[in-house]
Design a protein around this ligand. Structure first.
Ligand SMILES: Nc1ncnc2c1ncn2[C@@H]1O[C@H](COP(=O)(O)OP(=O)(O)O)[C@@H](O)[C@H]1O
Ligand SMILES: [Mg+2]
Length: 356
């Protein structure tokens, strides 16, 4: 396992900016994810780490060694793609063995390594099956085995689960995480799916339009987003533009144009926020920030939508001209209906203030 460092990397395709001024450090053994909407520069960045693209400017280092223009086959990386890129007419073992044969390893070594890795991805008895006789999930495991069998210093995965259906995606995501933890290989994972990113990663880099919007642990990204893009891209939130009406001690009072008044805490502000009376600020309130009944920050409104999921009751409540999404954990009490009045409250620690 090696570390990966990207220093001031920009990649242009003619006039199109792939990524801009990117800096990044992935620690040895870390599970690091690039997360962002389609076209934000995830694959471009991954391909520069793999060596399929060279940066227009900037440097890439593995364990402090400059690999910026080193050829892909000299980097000892394993790569898994969305479309698997397997040889369909060949068997599982022939596919897995491919990278070892290219490296001209002795036959007995190849046999041993292929057997071991096939067991690791739970395809024990499938060695002589043809790829086109396997399910999508099994094919993805072959692709993973093929990337891992060469014992890569760095494992790169580009949207590896996108072609699987929802249930299989969940199972395979647990499997990938298990295998990565077992091997301890430095892993960079690309996805546009925030649940995948949150559940698998040690740290996440959130990207938009070729720029890094935040790097942090899943908890940091979720609870302390740096900006509105991150707050709304990761999970659901109510984003309100409000005015700071006063700051007294550690209590911040904010007010919306249509008279909704809420109180939050000074330490509920993102890093860059300068809280000042009369300034306009963005307030992020997650649906799970609400609690049933009156209390601090009581909001009273009319139910516009209600949905029972078993785990929770999800409401959209019309309060002072604003629709707020609230999620109340199902405690077995009666569920209200559309057009009913409802009273909820938001503990002040659940308000989060953002500048941009
Ligand atoms: N080979 C290429 N030629 C021209 N433009 C490209 C090429 N590869 C990527 N781009 C552009 O760079 C931007 C980032 O693309 P990409 O890294 O593939 O995004 P993502 O993987 O996040 O969906 C997009 O605007 C895309 O159109
Ligand atoms: Mg991509």
């Amino acid at each position: 396992m090696k570390s990966v460092r990207i220093e001031n990397v920009t990649k242009k395709f003619g006039n199109v900016l792939g990524v801009s001024e990117l800096n990044l450090e992935v620690k040895p053994g870390e599970f690091f994810t690039f997360l962002g909407p389609s076209g934000c520069g995830k694959t471009t960045t991954l391909r520069m780490i793999a060596g399929f693209y060279y940066p227009t400017t900037g440097k890439v280092y593995f364990d402090g060694q400059d690999v910026t223009t080193l050829q892909p086959n000299k980097r000892n990386i394993g790569m898994v793609f969305q479309n698997y890129a397997l040889f369909p007419h060949m068997t599982v073992d022939e596919n897995i063995a491919f990278g070892l044969q290219v490296r001209k390893l002795p036959k007995s070594d190849i046999r041993q390594k292929v057997d071991r890795i096939r067991g690791l991805v739970h395809l024990g008895q499938y060695g002589s099956r043809k790829i086109n006789e396997l399910s999508g999930g099994q094919q993805q495991r072959v692709a993973l085995a093929r990337a891992l069998v060469i014992e890569p210093d760095i494992l790169l995965l580009d949207e590896p689960l996108s072609n699987l259906d929802a249930k299989l995606r969940e199972e395979t995501r647990v499997e990938i995480k298990r295998i990565q933890t077992e091997l301890g290989v430095t892993t960079i994972y690309v996805t546009h799916d925030q649940t995948e990113a949150m559940s698998m990663s040690d740290r996440i880099m959130v990207m938009e339009s070729g720029l890094v919007k935040q790097v942090g642990t899943p908890q940091e990204i979720y609870h302390k987003p740096n900006n509105r893009f991150v707050a709304t891209f990761i999970g659901e939130t109510n984003m309100l533009e409000m005015k700071v009406s006063s700051i007294e001690g550690d209590v911040v009072t904010v007010e919306s144009e249509n008279g909704l008044i809420l109180r939050g805490l000074v330490n509920g502000a993102a890093k860059e926020v300068q809280l000042a009376a009369d300034s306009t600020i963005h307030v992020s309130i997650r649906p799970e920030a609400f609690e049933a009944g009156p209390g601090d920050n009581t909001v009273k409104g009319t139910i516009e939508f209600v949905e029972f999921t078993g785990l929770s009751v999800n409401y959209i409540v019309h309060v002072n001209g604003t629709s707020l999404k609230a999620m109340i954990i199902n405690g077995g009490s009666a569920i209200k209906a559309v057009r009913d009045e409802i009273e909820l409250h938001i503990p002040p620690r659940n308000l989060y203030f953002l500048a941009e």
